[in-house]
Design a protein around this ligand. Structure first.
Ligand code: SF4
Length: 304
């Protein structure tokens, strides 16, 4: 077994949502979904490198062959089989039961706001909030772990603490607040989608405090440590498993290396920062648009 622990298989890009910030952009019209045979072949090949699997898209739950793919992964011996999903289909109990029987070990639905008004406006899919929340309850009732991902964009920044309260009330096992990556649709709508990190930091810190107080495992992604005073240890980058990604037409052998070499950037002040070694910096598109003025290197232990 290599140092990799996880593979992430993107089976296709069709989706029943149309999120305003979708990092996959218009891949759904550019790339046909992979066939059952093709996905099974990727799972078989990937199992040589890893024993954790994330199956995703696009929207993985709208594939008719999903239970068959999950069974194949289980038979290959994947220890973790996580479905990353917008969560809408999880509102159908028999569907979730079939996936559980096939071998799914955890679900990763996405909730992007504490209300239908905010979430549905972002997904551009009326009714999606109600379905995803019902789906989370469904999965919890069946006793499987729920790991919620929420993408931080301009529209939900003021509501992150309220979102955290909702996730605590839903008794999710973990939630992750991920700063939007300005690719795909988010890049096209950069001016109305991407918030300023200096405004995000305080709201994320409040939201994390709510999760921590309730005993819920919570973390951030793609937020540099200088915007997380007192919460630096909740940055997910330190614990994200080494992952190989099977994307539309390319394979990223090690996503951690990809983030460090190509995805993220460091600024001129970072060498003075005590977190320079452990912090990945922001997605590079952020300083390309906004520059580095907001970034204050942390120079003493008590700066945070
Ligand atoms: S100043 Fe640079 S190294 Fe320090 S936390 Fe901010 S982005 Fe990371």
């Amino acid at each position: 077994m290599s140092k990799l622990r996880r593979i992430d298989v993107k089976a296709g890009f069709q989706c029943n949502n149309r999120c305003r910030f979708c990092v996959q952009g218009d891949k759904r019209s550019q790339f046909p979904d992979k066939t059952t045979v093709e996905v099974k072949a990727l799972l078989t090949a990937g199992r040589r490198d890893a024993d954790e699997l994330v199956l995703t898209g696009g929207e993985i739950t709208i594939r008719d062959d999903l239970p068959e793919l999950v069974r194949h992964a289980r038979d290959l011996g994947f220890r973790v089989i996580q479905l990353q999903t917008n969560g809408r289909m999880l509102s159908h109990r028999p569907f979730v039961e079939r996936l559980q029987a096939a071998g799914v070990t955890e679900f990763g639905p996405a909730i992007h706001g504490p209300t239908a008004a905010i979430h549905d406006e972002l997904t551009r899919s009326p009714g999606s909030f109600r379905q995803t929340v019902k789906g989370v309850r469904q999965v919890k009732r069946l006793g499987l772990p729920v790991i919620v991902n929420s993408v931080i964009v301009q529209a939900n920044v003021p509501h992150l603490p309220e979102l955290a309260r909702l996730l605590v009330a839903l008794e999710v096992d973990q939630f992750q607040l991920a700063f939007v990556h300005a690719l795909g649709s988010a890049a096209e709508s950069f001016a109305t989608i991407v918030p300023r990190l200096s405004e995000v930091g305080p709201q994320v810190t409040r939201a994390l405090a709510i999760g921590l107080r309730a005993g819920v495992r919570c973390m951030t992604e793609a937020i540099p440590l200088c915007f997380l005073p007192g919460m630096e240890e909740l940055a997910a980058e330190a614990i994200i498993p080494r992952t190989k990604i099977f994307d539309a037409d390319q394979v990223i052998d090690d996503y951690t290396e990809f983030r460090l070499q190509e995805g993220k950037a460091k600024g001129p002040m970072c060498p003075q920062c005590r977190y320079n070694a452990e912090c990945e910096g922001p997605w590079r598109e952020y300083p390309e648009h906004f520059g580095w003025d907001e970034f204050e290197p942390v120079t003493r232990r008590d700066d945070g």
